[in-house]
Design a protein around this ligand. Structure first.
Ligand SMILES: Cc1cc2nc3c(=O)[nH]c(=O)nc-3n(C[C@H](O)[C@H](O)[C@H](O)COP(=O)(O)OP(=O)(O)OC[C@H]3O[C@@H](n4cnc5c(N)ncnc54)[C@H](O)[C@@H]3O)c2cc1C
Length: 444
């Protein structure tokens, strides 16, 4: 255990193995790049830089993978928290297509690392069944056609009968099957990538929160309780838990809590309900997604859902999510929830990640790779690769994300959080309202 770090959330992932322990930063060091935040955004950035021989140090306040990256649902899929059609409406098809392809490259990066590290056993299943809770066959067909025509991906439309043979519930009226996504143990992957980064020369420090960031000639100075790092580049990747380091960015990232439970081993009982080993979800943005984890008699249901603006976990969390499960699969009968945990997602109001040079710091080497919302397993890989390429080789591909940077926050509100909780609440209501509205109109 490292000194002063918060332990991992009590989750199905954390209880499987100990994981690596990295040292605390002590004293002064100089590197080319400092990455703040040991989630997948930061770890991927550090890995990509170290792999090509760049000097990089990563500071993690707790343990590597402690945040959303080590406690999420584990669905790895292309795309962003914002829907691709909304992006297309804002930027036009060619730019939306370029962004979509960058998202696919992120998913591909994760798949390639699993191959490279010999970690295929972390993958629990492939494909994603996106179920609808209302009759919407025409809308499903339209979406599949549009995705094939404009984005080159091939979703299959599953009619109601096919879905009901696969998922024994009367709640679903059809589904889209997307073959590309897969699911894995996100904490094990986060740890493996951080070990690979360290093996390539990245200096990784745990229990080392960045508490100060200041400009000095030729670069930046980042301080922690016991040490100092000097660097030409700083990459801020602290997601929704980063506070007090660079307020214009932090004020643009709104924390939203969401939850996951894992059942006791259900083994054969699951055969009465679910005959699909991939990712399952409904098209509600703020609702249920789930998958079977483990094998044989140890098979369990891992179920994610619900969002709140509170940082503390609801007292009734396990009971609430169990009720959600039984409302879809009552035949599972009473079961014990073995793990129940929550985590924070960081959202910008535009629901797109921050990837790029930060406002007010142009050409000064201050970068952001954060705010991936509920869709970060693939997109953090996209972001990490883009920022590393920009630092290492001056690559400007990150500019595809420039329209989503929170540059305006400096100018309009002078770094003051005039929206705070109210804005979070608004994003949350927007997500919930969209679900209800789409269901009532039978639209996706
Ligand atoms: C419960 C839950 C379920 C989810 N399910 C999915 C899913 O199935 N699929 C999917 O694609 N996405 C999912 N997401 C979203 C996904 O997990 C996130 O988008 C992604 O992990 C964000 O990665 P990150 O590196 O930006 O942030 P994080 O993983 O949160 O990492 C940020 C790290 O920065 C550290 N930090 C903060 N401040 C400092 C500081 N000052 N100094 C040093 N370190 C600092 C924190 O300790 C933390 O470890 C889910 C999220 C949650 C919470």
């Amino acid at each position: 255990m490292t000194i002063g770090a918060q332990p991992h959330a009590e989750s199905w992932y954390a209880n499987k193995e100990e994981g690596p322990v990295f040292p605390v930063l002590e004293g002064e060091e100089e590197v080319e790049t400092v990455v703040v935040g040991g989630g997948l955004a930061g770890i991927t950035t550090a890995f990509c830089l170290a792999r090509i021989g760049k000097s990089v140090a990563l500071l993690e306040a707790n343990r590597v993978g402690w945040g959303a990256s080590g406690r999420n649902g584990g669905f790895v899929s292309p795309g962003y928290a914002q829907s691709i059609f909304a992006i297309e409406k804002q930027l036009g098809l060619p730019k939306a297509r370029a962004l979509f392809n960058m998202g696919r490259a992120g998913t591909q990066f994760v798949a390639e690392r699993l191959d490279e590290f010999g970690l295929q056993h972390l993958v629990g299943g492939r494909g994603w069944l996106k179920c609808v809770r209302y009759p919407a066959e025409d809308a499903l067909k339209e979406r599949a056609e549009r995705m094939a025509r404009d984005y080159g991906v091939h979703y299959q439309v599953w009619p109601r009968e096919a879905v009901r043979e696969t998922l024994e519930t009367d709640r679903y009226f059809g589904a889209l099957h997307d073959p590309e996504p897969f699911h894995l143990d996100p904490l094990a992957y986060s740890r493996a990538l951080s070990v690979a980064a360290a093996d390539s020369g990245a200096r990784i420090y745990e229990a080392s929160p960045a508490t100060g960031l200041s400009r000095e000639s030729g670069g930046w100075r980042v301080t922690t309780p016991k040490g100092t790092l000097r660097a030409r580049h700083v990459v801020l990747a602290g997601n929704a838990t980063q506070v007090g380091l660079y307020p214009p960015l932090e004020h643009a990232v709104l924390p939203v809590s969401t939850y996951v439970v894992t059942s006791e081993p259900l083994g054969d009982r699951l055969d009465k309900a679910i005959h699909f080993s991939g990712c399952i979800g409904d098209t509600r943005r703020s609702s249920d997604y789930y998958r079977i984890v483990g094998s044989g008699d140890d098979r369990r249901l891992l179920w994610g859902g619900r969002i709140t603006t509170a940082r503390s976990e609801p007292k009734e969390l396990a009971r609430m999510l169990t009720r959600d499960i039984l409302s879809i699969y009552p035949q599972l009968g009473a079961f014990r929830t073995e793990y129940a945990w929550g985590g924070l997602m960081g959202y910008q109001r535009n629901k797109m990640p921050v990837i790029g040079l930060l406002a007010g710091a142009r050409d000064a080497g201050l970068w952001g790779v954060t705010a991936f919302g509920g869709h970060g397993m693939g997109a953090t890989a996209t972001g990490g690769n883009l920022i590393a390429a920009a630092i290492a080789a001056g690559d400007e591909s990150w500019r595809a994300f420039e329209p989503f940077l929170p540059a305006w926050i400096d100018r309009l509100v002078g770094g003051r959080n005039i929206f705070g909780q109210a804005a979070t609440q608004l994003v949350y209501w927007q997500l919930r309202l969209m679900d209800r509205w789409q269901e009532s109109r039978g639209k996706l």
